[in-house]
Design a protein around this ligand. Structure first.
Ligand code: FES
Ligand code: FES
Length: 162
């Protein structure tokens, strides 16, 4: 079955089993390796991406649900030369330890801050609850998300994802 989906602003026709999880399509078909495989059963958040404007667990989202949908991965938030505010903030706060959970954390946080970059720390904590960090860097991650909110408020045009 061929499905048309837009990933980071680019349209792809993906021919795969309709049950294939989006995570595998991103990594195996489109060579976008930002989203990570942690558990494969919707329990860790490492695979989080955005579909339209929602944070979604790509390991449990089958391709068949994605016809015409807009997918954003961490690669769509900016580039090495020009990081987006979420990426910039994580760099500035040195939020990553091993880094495995970080793309998922960034994508879940992006979905929240795109709606309201002024959300409270409590709201950020509650929103990020589905995403686990085995290295225990949660405090730095929360600081980074708050900093990303600051950067987005300073430059409202530069905060969106592709
Ligand atoms: S890999 Fe998707 S939630 Fe763990
Ligand atoms: S930085 Fe290692 S799992 Fe979060």
């Amino acid at each position: 079955m061929a499905v048309n989906l837009t990933v980071n602003g680019k349209t792809h026709q993906v021919d795969a089993d309709p049950e294939t999880p989006l995570l595998y399509v991103l990594r195996d078909n489109l060579e976008l390796n930002g989203a990570k495989y942690g558990c494969g059963i919707g329990q860790c958040g490492a695979c989080t991406v955005m579909v339209d404007d929602e944070a979604v667990l790509s390991c449990v989202t089958p391709l068949l649900l994605l016809e015409g949908r807009r997918v954003t991965t961490v690669e769509g938030l900016g580039t090495l030369a020009k990081p987006g505010p979420m990426q910039q903030a994580f760099i500035e706060e040195q939020a990553a330890q091993c880094g495995y959970c970080i793309p998922g954390m960034m994508m879940r946080a992006q979905a929240l801050l795109q709606v309201d970059p002024s959300v409270s720390e409590a709201a950020i904590r509650a929103h990020l609850e589905p995403n686990l960090c085995r290295c225990g860097t949660h405090m730095r991650i929360i600081k980074a998300v708050m900093r990303a909110g600051d950067l987005m408020r300073q430059n409202p045009q530069g905060g969106g994802a592709t």
